[in-house]
Ligand binder design. Structure first.
Ligand code: GTP
Ligand code: NA
Ligand code: MG
Length: 303
């Protein structure tokens, strides 16, 4: 695209950490929402994606947040979250300390070479020991600035809202200092599927993150081996959007089947082409499945 098509996009920030350390509640506090209270068993079981306009010292800045589950069984979602993000906010409960999924999350972030901001949460609780968290994390290469390292640690409480502005400052500072947040809005739209599901009323619905270009209602889209015409684009509140710019998470309605999380999507000129690409991909998947089935059968023949 032309030079004038380049524009600043919001940073994408993925919140990760051990189960129940307060990721969802922290995000709720940042965006004045109440998702955590509605979750079954208090456990996040899917990836949530929200764009919020943060306000810091009178300046408004949009930031895209991705909430990941901390339960041990959701490793793949954490890995995907780390791959699509600019920054990881590693949430560690100050009364619980570094736990297995804390380490797993920081490993994903380090593997993806993404800067980490540590949010030491629940500092309102009795037994909270933020200094101990800093000490524990040095073992994993995360050394706090106040100890001579280059990792920002921020003490917060999602309950009392203490430290939220400091956390936002740390996020925006990291974004401005170490990231190139330009995206080409004139290019062919492209991005990644964060989640796919079959909705009773609306059919296949994919939550996608636009990574470049501008996704519009009416576009012919291929997502993994699913295809279709974008019938509607919805934001996290269910509001209809005409278009989605880079770093915007958006629900796409109109696909003929449900794509898989992690699939990339692209926009093509005609429905016919979208269908051809999807058909080819489906055939490739079927062939691979048949091949592995044949292998299984021949192994069983050996018994
Ligand atoms: P998963 O997504 O299931 O991994 O959990 P999570 O990390 O999103 O934690 P969640 O937001 O569900 O919070 C877990 C529990 O900790 C809830 O009971 C919250 O109310 C509580 N909690 C979260 N943040 C704080 C905090 O700052 N202080 C106190 N006292 N409790 C908190
Ligand atoms: Na939880
Ligand atoms: Mg959660």
């Amino acid at each position: 695209g032309a030079e004038e098509d380049w524009d600043i996009r919001p940073p994408v920030v993925t919140v990760m950490g051990h189960v129940d350390h307060g990721k969802t509640k922290l995000l709720d506090a940042l965006r004045h929402a109440n998702v955590a209270a509605k979750e079954a068993g208090g456990i996040t079981q899917h990836i949530g994606a929200y764009q919020i306009v943060t306000e810091l010292e009178g300046n408004e800045r949009p930031v895209t947040f991705i909430d990941t589950p901390g339960h041990e069984s959701f490793t793949a979602m954490r890995a995907r979250g780390a791959k699509v993000t600019d920054i990881v906010v590693l949430v560690v409960a100050a009364d619980d300390g570094v736990m297995p999924q804390t380490v797993e999350a920081l490993n994903h972030a380090q593997a993806a070479e993404v800067p980490i901001v540590v949010a030491v949460n629940k500092i309102d609780k009795e037994g909270a020991n933020p200094a101990k968290i800093r000490q524990q994390l040095t073992e994993y290469g995360l050394v706090a600035e106040e100890y001579g390292g280059d990792t920002m640690f921020v003490d917060v409480s999602a309950t009392t809202r203490q430290g939220l502005d400091d956390l936002l400052s740390a996020i925006l500072l990291t974004a401005d200092a170490s990231l190139d947040l330009r995206a080409n809005i004139g290019q062919d739209p492209q991005g990644v599927v964060i989640e796919g599901k079959l909705d009773k009323g609306r059919g296949p619905v994919a939550t996608v993150l636009v990574q470049r270009g501008t996704l519009r209602q009416g576009d012919s889209i291929v997502a993994g081996d699913a295809y279709g015409r974008v019938r509607s684009l919805l934001d996290e509140h269910g509001n209809k959007l005409k278009e989605a710019l880079p770093a915007r998470p958006v629900q796409v309605v109109g696909l003929t089947s449900v794509p898989r999380a992690g699939d990339t999507f692209l926009v093509v000129e005609e429905d016919r082409i979208a269908r051809q690409i999807a058909d080819r991909r489906q055939a490739r998947i079927r062939n691979a499945q048949n091949a592995s089935m044949r292998k299984r059968i021949s192994l069983e023949d050996l018994d």
